[in-house]
Design a protein around this ligand. Structure first.
Ligand SMILES: [Fe+2]
Length: 414
């Protein structure tokens, strides 16, 4: 009893210290996320920020206001219990209420107003962070969940912003990481074998993950094989020539029977060694059939990706393109497959549905409203995904016809 009494204050102190450390790290990561967002838009004019480039993508100025408004909703209003800076903004920046095609016409904050709003919200976020107790009994606050969610939100919007930046004529990034492009390519078999058996799928109860990755559960799998690397442009060109299919987005004929890429207003030859990117699910599925294979299920994909290392992968946005297929051979998944994480999102054959035992958290609009047979699951992240976002259990989803996302594929058989 005596010992317990003496230990209790020490435990409390330890808890407080851990809480302070967590808050410091959250504040630093929030600042880093914002620097990154601003870096992406730094080269753009007001006109480019406001322009609607595509009915399926928001103008960048909407993303900026939305990032700050979502932060205000969760970190200032819900956690801090404070009133919004501008009560009329919530409706304009609600991603469910406002479809992308009309966002450019809304009375949203424009270039001269949005930055002060972002800064005003951030100031209050940091005040609230300073005051709040990260109560381990509150699922929103335990391990800083809501802060992790907001960090991931800003990171994920950076990727949709990059989808639009592919359409911006002569966009010049302020920082480029050329490392991934020069990664050595390793040789190996075309496909790797994965044994049948019982596998643990999904994210465990600890650490940050989205509701749709939980709960972790066991699945029986038949043996299968999966491509060791993502499908290359070279293979995709063969498929196009054989089937007269639609080329990927941003490909045009070069006038001499070859192909060029035109993303970000540039014209450069299609590099046969790179993974194919910007293909739809329909095209990916057609390719797999043409190759005498099929798309993997998302469960097969997750099993084949076990052990993949996100620190040795082309992620984090600054490479502005893929590493060659077969790169990062020193960091394969346990299955032997390489580049399961990074480079291109990989289409799977699976519809976006709930894991058995799913519970919506912290709000049904994150995943639950999208469950059904409308969306296909993509896995693994792309060069345009921030490193902190991705893990082997992470599930992305989109419509089968969509190609503006950074999506490619690898095939399975068996
Ligand atoms: Fe959002």
């Amino acid at each position: 009893m005596k010992i317990a009494q003496e230990l209790a204050p020490a435990k409390e102190q330890g808890g407080r210290r851990r809480g302070r450390e967590l808050k410091t790290s959250v504040a630093e990561r929030l600042a880093e996320a914002r620097r990154h967002t601003l870096k992406l838009i730094e080269p753009l004019s007001h006109e480019q920020l406001n322009r609607v480039y595509s009915p399926i993508l928001s103008p960048l100025i909407w993303d900026l206001g939305h990032i700050a408004n979502f932060e205000e909703l969760w970190l200032v209003r819900k956690i801090g219990g404070r009133e919004p800076l501008r009560g009329d903004l919530g409706e304009l920046y609600d991603a469910i209420e406002q479809p992308r095609k009309i966002r450019g016409e809304l009375p949203i904050l424009r270039a001269d107003e949005v930055r002060p709003y972002m800064e005003g919200v951030r100031e209050r976020t940091l005040e609230v962070l300073d005051e709040v107790e990260l109560d381990p009994e509150d699922p929103l606050l335990a391990d800083g969940f809501v802060y992790e969610m907001l960090l991931a939100h800003e990171h994920q919007h950076n990727e949709t912003m990059l989808q639009l930046l592919q359409m911006v004529e002569s966009y010049e990034p302020v920082e480029v990481d050329s490392g991934p492009a020069s990664e050595a390519v390793t040789d190996g078999p075309d496909m790797v074998e994965v044994e049948g058996g019982t596998y643990e799928i999904g994210a465990g109860p600890r650490g940050f993950a989205y509701d749709n990755e939980r709960p972790s559960h066991q699945m029986e799998l038949e043996p299968f094989a999966i491509d060791r690397t993502p499908v290359t442009n070279a293979a995709y060109i063969e498929f196009l020539e054989d089937t007269d299919g639609e080329p990927p987005m941003y490909w045009e004929r070069d006038g001499e029977g070859g192909w060029v890429r035109t993303a970000m207003g540039r014209t450069e030859p299609v590099d046969p060694a790179l993974p194919v990117i910007h293909v739809s699910w329909e095209e990916a599925d057609a390719f797999a059939r043409w190759a005498g294979k099929r798309l993997p299920t998302e469960i097969e994909w997750e099993v084949a990706a076990a052990g993949a290392d996100r620190d040795r992968a082309n992620l984090d946005q600054l490479s502005f393109g893929c590493a060659p297929a077969g790169a990062y051979g020193d960091a394969p998944a346990d299955s032997g497959a390489v580049q399961m994480l990074g480079d291109v999102w990989e289409w799977t054959s699976s519809d976006f549905t709930a894991h058995p035992g799913f519970e919506a958290f912290p709000y049904p609009e994150y995943s639950e409203v999208f469950f059904g047979d409308t969306y296909k699951v993509l896995r693994g992240g792309a060069w345009a995904t921030r490193r902190d976002v991705i893990r082997t259990s992470f599930r992305n989803w989109d419509l089968a016809e969509r190609r503006q996302i950074f999506a490619g594929l690898r095939c399975a058989s068996g």
